[in-house]
Design a protein around this ligand. Structure first.
Ligand code: PLP
Length: 405
């Protein structure tokens, strides 16, 4: 008999209690999953059916509110929700919005999430080119213009707004204007996963056709679904393109418009949590209110880390206020695994780096986090450095070149 089937209800309950006692609440300084408010979690303590009128109304409301936040009209745009994490929605756009024959995609990449788009295309057999920029900078509009002038015709051009692998913010509005000037036939996809709701983007001004994000980012819901703000006139051209049934965005849209339902089992609890999260978003003052708090969090973090001697990867011009990347200190006693684990024991979860050729770690400040949380994290970092016998201010590493080969 297996370990699980052998457990009585009593021993299972006592194991769970011991587990939660030894693992108290943690603060997540990561780009997701991230800390959600108690009220968002409590809003999920109900069961609704997928065909239940109440649930269908929740879906309708969420779709409308997403368009309001994006500041686009329901005549021109629609919000398509999709079960699964953010990558599902990015992949759904590539699947749906590149024609089966002859549709080529261009990816403008300056980090891991741009590169993931290339991997999506390669996996799905979508012909694509990736134009790479250094990871410690932003996508250069002038260079993109030169490339687009060369005349390869693209069906889709894609870029990440906040490249969460570093925290850099790409100029998506300027890029969109350039793309549409030189390649008006191309649809324009912006992955705004870690920025939507906290870093303003003018979809109309940037001529964006598809903007992707997910529930558990700056709108502070729990993980479980992603969404695409899609220009209807573009989406309507894409019927029948997708090589995947579950990731067919056009079909998913038809489902919502037909009977208001998800085509397949919906994440009902996640949607209930998200509706509450949207109310809290509104109460905080929408995009401006959320941006204000995240900027405060980021300022406290960056000042404190500077005092501890840590060195940021990005210059002020490239970095936003979502997540900050730091170089490892140049000291033999510093070991990231140990640093991470010791912080974790104090209930503070940070994030490893995601760079191709530099030793870095990341600290996010999005989610239900406040300046007092950032101050406490800094205190814990000081304690852990002391325990590891790493002197403060920490010795800085020699500069590293992150140029594209
Ligand atoms: C910019 C960006 N794109 C894509 C993703 C992938 O999202 P997920 O991990 O939800 O699939 C992330 C995740 O943090 C991200 O930050």
């Amino acid at each position: 008999m297996s370990f699980i089937t052998n457990l009585t209800h009593k021993s299972w309950t006592s194991m769970k209690m011991r587990f939660s006692k030894s693992n108290p609440e943690k603060k997540l300084f990561t780009p997701g999953p991230l800390v959600c408010s108690q009220s968002v979690k409590e809003a999920m303590l109900r069961d609704l059916g997928s065909r239940d009128g109440e649930f269908i109304n929740v879906v309708k409301l969420v779709r409308q509110k997403l368009l309001d936040i994006a500041e686009v009209s329901p005549e021109e745009f629609t919000a398509v929700l999709l079960q699964g994490c953010g990558t599902y929605a990015v992949e759904a756009v590539f699947q749906t919005c590149t024609p089966r024959h002859g549709g080529r995609a261009l990816i403008l990449a300056n980090g891991a999430y741009g590169k993931r788009m290339k991997k999506i295309c390669d996996t799905c057999g979508i012909p694509s080119d990736m134009f790479e920029f250094p990871e410690d900078g932003i996508v250069d509009v002038a260079k993109v213009k030169e490339l687009l002038e060369k005349g390869v015709q693209y069906a889709l051009v894609a870029v990440v707004h906040c490249e969460t692998s570093t925290g850099s913010i790409n100029p998506v509005e300027e890029l969109g204007q350039t793309i549409k000037q030189y390649q008006p036939q191309a649809a324009y996809l912006v992955d705004a996963m870690s920025s939507f709701g906290a870093v303003p983007v003018k979809i109309q001004n940037g001529q964006i056709d598809y903007l992707v994000s997910s529930a558990n980012k700056c709108l502070q819901g729990v993980p479980g679904f992603s969404y695409v703000i899609a220009r209807k006139s573009e989406l309507f051209k894409c019927r029948g393109n997708s090589r995947s049934l579950s990731l067919d965005l056009a079909d998913q849209y038809e489902g919502f418009e037909g009977n208001g339902q998800f085509r397949f089992t919906p994440p009902t609890h996640t949607l209930l949590g998200f509706l509450q999260a949207l109310q809290e978003f509104q109460e905080e003052g929408g995009v401006n209110g959320r941006a204000k708090r995240y900027k405060q969090n980021c300022t406290v973090l960056q000042r404190g880390m500077e005092e501890l001697g840590f060195c940021k990867l990005l210059s002020r011009e490239c970095g936003g206020y979502i997540i900050t990347t730091y170089h490892y200190p140049n000291h033999p006693n510093f070991n990231f695994e140990e640093f991470y684990c010791k912080l974790c024991q104090l209930g503070q979860l940070i994030y490893p780096g995601k760079l191709s050729n530099a030793n870095c770690f990341r600290i996010g400040n999005i989610g239900d986090l406040y300046p007092s949380d950032m101050k406490y994290l800094l205190k814990c970092i000081g304690k852990v450095l002391d325990a590891m016998d790493v002197p403060v201010p920490v010795p800085v590493p020699a500069p590293i070149c992150l140029c594209v080969a």
